[in-house]
Design a protein around this ligand. Structure first.
Ligand SMILES: *[C@@H]1O[C@H](CO)[C@@H](O)[C@H](O)[C@H]1NC(C)=O
Ligand SMILES: *[C@@H]1O[C@H](CO)[C@@H](O)[C@H](O)[C@H]1NC(C)=O
Ligand SMILES: *[C@@H]1O[C@H](CO)[C@@H](O)[C@H](O)[C@H]1NC(C)=O
Ligand SMILES: [Fe+2]
Length: 469
């Protein structure tokens, strides 16, 4: 059953009806393997002299501008940019209009990677912003300046509507560009990025740093105007002893700061933020996570801090998927599944989004938490308390698609297709959200997998209350 909508969004009531049909399918666990084959460009990186990587003209002009949430509750923003030739002015002006009544100073860092010397990387924290407000900002340079804007999220509230986009494994090919162009049309307000950013590690020597720079310019038209919530993937590790580079995540951590301290995390690689009606937990597939490690201890605490009365939507981001029936990277998420899956069920996580596998897949609510090395159920079984696992590793990087799925389609797999694309999650209120996967179809944005999801906390509570329980 492949359902294709035309570009105009279907009305919500139609979707509600559709979701009822879908759930009647889901009881029989008839998963869909889409036969759709898109005509794709060869997955090659865009040449460096292409206009999508254009360096803004002028001496030492700020480039690679991007923003992310700067605190726990969405009242601050971290703005980052690079000046190529010298530290340059550190001043950023901002305000609710273009008079720029406020200003802030950046801190600057630089680093080397093999023989590559980075530009001067600026971070600037804008604090105490007002909710639901458009802010303009201007980054000064000696001869000119560059201007951008962003919109702050609504105040944390259980019914605050908000639309997230989910993008993974992006890279810098023509397919990556197509994903960004499609994403722009969706009207989503914040990107949940599930890891593998630039694929610069596929290059040799100094070009690794050069391709991190080009990727920063590539995403700027979106990332300067709305926050990207960052998750680290395996392509961020860049452990390269042959080049003398032994410090992991070096390029990534210098360029993409996260507000980890605001959620009491000891590492920028795992942290959480609250935004509108969502509590978003970011995990690191490539940092220690077994029992007693800092990440395990932090997650145990953070799950207790989640308050579904305030942020009903509980979302987890990680790079390597826990439920994937693709041949590519099969079972690489198994170690994390054995450690964290029972918590995801216990805390009724709504969604676990991941990337890594270069295809799209959505699961049913299933869990495999009864098995232990002595006995117990060894198979994933339907479980209403379990999250939906969604793999969106289809951003379009140079490695191409992971086109082979295991057959027969396992019971946990609801929909799978090897095409490039991205997802959106449109939260309506505390009980309802519309989720869509949008395939990069040539020139058009066509959602191909759309489901209305009921909140794991509120929807079931309301049902209980209606039954008088
Ligand atoms: C950072 O920039 C300063 C000033 O230009 C330079 O002297 C220094 O060598 C740079 N450091 C690194 C690690 O590249
Ligand atoms: C292992 O699983 C079985 C079956 O679910 C259960 O009865 C048993 O108590 C479990 N053992 C431990 C040590 O958790
Ligand atoms: C949430 O929105 C849906 C769809 O608009 C509506 O049917 C539902 O009653 C709303 N729930 C609450 C708690 O307002
Ligand atoms: Fe990956």
């Amino acid at each position: 059953m492949l359902v294709t909508f035309r570009r105009k969004r279907p009305c919500f009531h139609f979707l509600l009806l559709f979701s009822t049909i879908l759930s009647s399918f889901s009881s029989g666990h008839a998963g869909v393997t889409s036969a759709y084959i898109r005509s794709e460009w060869p997955s090659v990186d865009i040449p460096l002299d292409n206009e999508v990587f254009a360096v803004p003209e002028g001496h030492n002009i700020p480039q690679q501008v991007h923003i992310t949430q700067g605190d726990y509750d969405g009242k601050s923003v971290i703005i980052s940019w690079v000046t190529p030739d010298e530290p340059g002015p550190r001043k950023l002006q901002y305000g609710k209009s273009k008079d720029y009544k406020l200003s802030a100073d950046s801190t600057v860092t630089n680093y080397t990677f093999y023989k590559y010397n980075s530009g001067y990387i600026h971070y600037c924290l804008l604090n105490a912003l007002e909710y639901s407000t458009k802010y303009y900002y201007k980054i000064e340079a000696r001869d000119s300046s560059r201007e951008f804007w962003f919109q702050t999220p609504p105040r944390i509230h259980p019914d605050a509507p908000y639309t997230f986009g989910i993008i993974g494994d992006l890279g810098q090919t023509y397919n990556s560009l197509s994903t960004l162009q499609h994403y722009k049309q969706t009207g989503a307000q914040t990107v949940l990025f599930v890891g593998d950013l630039s694929y610069a590690d596929q290059y040799k020597y100094n070009n690794i740093g050069v391709r991190w720079d080009s990727w920063g310019r590539f995403i700027e038209p979106i990332a300067a105007y709305q926050p990207w919530i960052w998750t680290a993937g395996n392509h961020e590790i860049e452990y390269m002893p042959d080049l003398g580079e032994l410090t992991t995540f070096k390029n990534y951590l210098h360029r993409y700061p996260t507000p980890h301290a605001a959620s009491k995390s000891s590492s920028p690689l795992w942290y959480s933020v609250r935004r509108a009606s969502a509590h978003i937990i970011v995990l690191s597939s490539y940092s220690p996570f077994v029992k007693y490690t800092p990440q395990w201890m932090w997650l145990r605490e953070e799950l207790q801090r989640v308050n579904r009365e305030i942020t009903p939507w509980l979302i987890v981001l990680m790079h390597a998927p826990i439920y994937s029936s693709n041949v590519g990277h099969y079972m690489e998420g198994e170690s994390m599944r054995s450690v964290f899956e029972s918590w995801f069920v216990q805390y009724r996580v709504d969604f676990v989004f991941s990337g890594h596998v270069h295809a799209y897949e959505r699961s049913y609510r299933m869990s495999n938490i009864h098995y232990n090395v002595t006995s117990g159920d060894r198979y994933p079984v339907p479980n209403k308390a379990a999250p939906v696992y969604i793999t969106v590793g289809d951003g379009g990087n140079r490695e191409g698609l992971a086109a082979k799925f295991w057959d027969p389609q396992p019971d946990y797999s609801a929909f799978r297709e090897a095409s490039y694309g991205h997802s959106t999650l449109e939260v309506h209120n505390r009980t309802h959200a519309i989720y869509r996967w949008n395939r990069n179809d040539d020139g058009k944005s066509i959602p191909t997998d759309s489901v209305v999801f009921h909140n794991q906390y509120w929807a079931s509570n309301l049902r209980r209350r209606r039954r008088g329980g």
